[in-house]
Design a protein around this ligand. Structure first.
Ligand SMILES: [Zn+2]
Length: 363
């Protein structure tokens, strides 16, 4: 009996410790496995990949009274602040791009097959930020199709206040949770550590969208069983659980200790490293099946803006405010235009406090 109760106490303490250290990290997620067959990704590293820039939309769903998430001019606690939804979107995308621009060495290596560090060579461009007041979807924890924008041209990301440490990825949309606890930590401690770590999760979920799988986890995020069926991704250079065990590891699932994995698609305290195969697979998948999401690739040649009330993002070779239209951007709203050319024939007002973003493609 004595032994049994001391075991329980130790176990409870271990749980507390894990909960504390994993606050801003991905604890579990679900994803649609794309089973993309990248024919040459395992042969060797290739450098055929040009840099690719993917369009990203951020969405914030608040309650119908506007509380419970970042707003156009408010922080997540409803206070008017420059730390609003636009601010957190910029912070997340800049940090995610910073991680993508600085690949790191894999912490889990096989003694007989070292994994080189190569450039990742893709990044994100903020295409638009959208705010929704919707009780039905406030805690839905999926990416509601009815709220997505620029379908087929931009990845839509939903930021939820709750569900710390969770996320999910679908075909071309994903969600990440826990932004309220991360922001609370930032307020309490005046550092952005927990906030910027959300960008780890962002890169992980977009990794799924770009066809990557968990190297050692089942698609639902559960551990593959020791000695049982081993879940593997399509990449030979991400060590499998049994390869690591056979090479002297004792617990490759460790969260943040000596044997932990820092691979972008594993679960740990640091999701950072891409293997050459993972990089090649992403580039191969984009070139195969996802080119319409690339900045500079236009599905529409000509789009007109006839009215504007809520944030919108227009993507076309030519975007036009036609004769007869009168567009005024309300206070704290933003109009995003991704085009090679903008033609203004109608009336267009951008009062103080509103924003209009247009950088002609190629400049
Ligand atoms: Zn995942």
């Amino acid at each position: 009996m004595k032994n049994s109760s001391s075991y329980k106490i130790t176990f409870a303490l271990a749980l507390l410790f894990v909960t504390y250290t994993t606050e801003a990290q991905l604890i579990s997620d679900e994803h649609i496995s794309k089973n993309f067959n990248c024919i040459d990704c395992n042969l060797k590293s290739t450098t055929l990949n040009s840099h690719k820039t993917l369009r990203i939309n951020f969405h914030f769903i608040s309650r119908s009274d506007g509380t419970g998430n970042f707003g156009e001019s408010t922080n997540i606690f409803g206070n008017t602040s420059s730390e609003n939804g636009y601010w957190i979107s910029d912070l997340l995308i800049n940090q995610a791009n910073n991680y993508l621009a600085n690949n790191v060495e894999m912490t889990q290596q096989l003694s007989y097959s070292p994994i080189p560090v190569e450039e990742i060579k893709y990044s994100y461009k903020l295409n638009g930020v959208f705010f929704h007041k919707n009780d039905s979807f406030y805690e839905c924890y999926f990416a509601p199709n009815s709220l997505t924008n620029n379908i087929g041209c931009a990845i839509n990301i939903f930021i939820f206040a709750g569900r710390s440490g969770n996320g999910a990825a679908y075909y071309d949309a994903c969600w990440i949770g826990g932004i309220e606890s991360s922001y609370s930590d930032y307020i309490a401690n005046s550092n952005t550590w927990h906030l910027t770590r959300r960008a780890n999760i962002l890169n992980h979920e977009i990794g799924h969208i770009l066809s990557l799988d968990h190297p050692k986890r089942s698609p639902g995020g559960l551990k593959s069983t020791i000695g049982g069926t081993q879940y593997t991704d399509n990449c030979n250079d991400t060590p499998t659980f049994m390869e690591l065990i056979n090479d002297g590891y004792s617990d490759p699932y460790q969260w943040c200790n000596g044997e932990y994995s820092n691979n972008i698609m594993d679960y740990s305290c640091q999701l950072r490293a891409f293997t050459p195969c993972q990089i090649n697979q992403v580039h191969s998948y984009i070139e195969c099946c996802f080119t319409s999401y690339l900045y500079g690739n236009y599905q529409n040649s000509h789009v007109q803006i006839n009215n504007f009330s809520e944030n919108m993002a227009y993507i076309a070779e030519i975007v036009e405010i036609p004769t007869g239209a009168s567009i005024t951007i309300p206070n704290s709203k933003k109009l995003y235009i991704d085009a090679q050319e903008l033609i203004i024939n109608g009336e267009f007002f951008v009062p103080l406090g509103s924003t209009f973003e247009f950088t002609p493609y190629g400049l």
